[in-house]
Design a protein around this ligand. Structure first.
Ligand code: FE
Ligand code: FE
Length: 181
């Protein structure tokens, strides 16, 4: 494929995200089923609904570009989600599996944060303020999700350390604390 302009690269990156988001929509229900913590289940559930909005925003942007969002598979997301599936097949205790699900979900969020930051900047450079605004909204939601996962990890990691819900000693914050890409 020939990529001779930033506009073309922008569209390729948007297609990659469209594929990534659709893969996430398929994966989250399984992660909800696999999670034991009610809070984690609820967090995944909320983000599933947000992710559907992310797809809609991308469709809106493609509509204005008069281009189809289809035709590209995000191999990075495929790999990240495959690792999550492998984890769910392990014979893990509930607390440890929850900790692992948070780790997997944060890798997904960080990929999205990096990608949305990039396309938001491209949209600005290309003079499309409307698209930049939509992409920024999604970026903010991904960032917020990442932070909530870190908060959940502070309890769940401790439960995984003690194996039985002991949450009083120490600081279990092993979830990624990185705030944005
Ligand atoms: Fe998303
Ligand atoms: Fe996300």
């Amino acid at each position: 494929m020939e990529l001779s302009s930033l506009q073309e690269l922008y569209i390729e990156e948007l297609k990659d995200l469209y594929s990534a988001e659709n893969q996430i929509i398929k994966a989250l229900p399984e992660m909800i089923k696999a999670a034991s913590s009610k809070q984690l289940q609820a967090g995944f559930g909320r983000h599933l609904e947000e992710t559907k909005t992310h797809v809609k925003r991308l469709e809106e942007i493609f509509d204005k570009l008069d281009t189809s969002p289809k035709g590209k598979k995000c191999k990075a997301m495929e790999g990240l989600l495959e690792e999550g599936e492998e984890l769910m097949e392990e014979d893990a205790s509930p607390e440890v599996l929850d900790a692992g699900l948070i780790a997997a979900a944060q890798k997904v969020e960080h990929y999205e944060i990096a990608s949305y930051g990039t396309v938001r900047t491209y949209a600005e450079l290309l003079g499309d303020q409307e698209a930049a605004q939509l992409l920024q909204e999604t970026l903010d939601e991904e960032d917020e999700t990442d932070k909530k996962l870190t908060e959940l990890a502070s309890n769940i990691n401790l439960e995984a350390v003690h194996g039985d819900g002991g949450r009083r000693s120490g600081d279990g914050r092993g979830g990624s604390r990185r705030r944005s890409a």
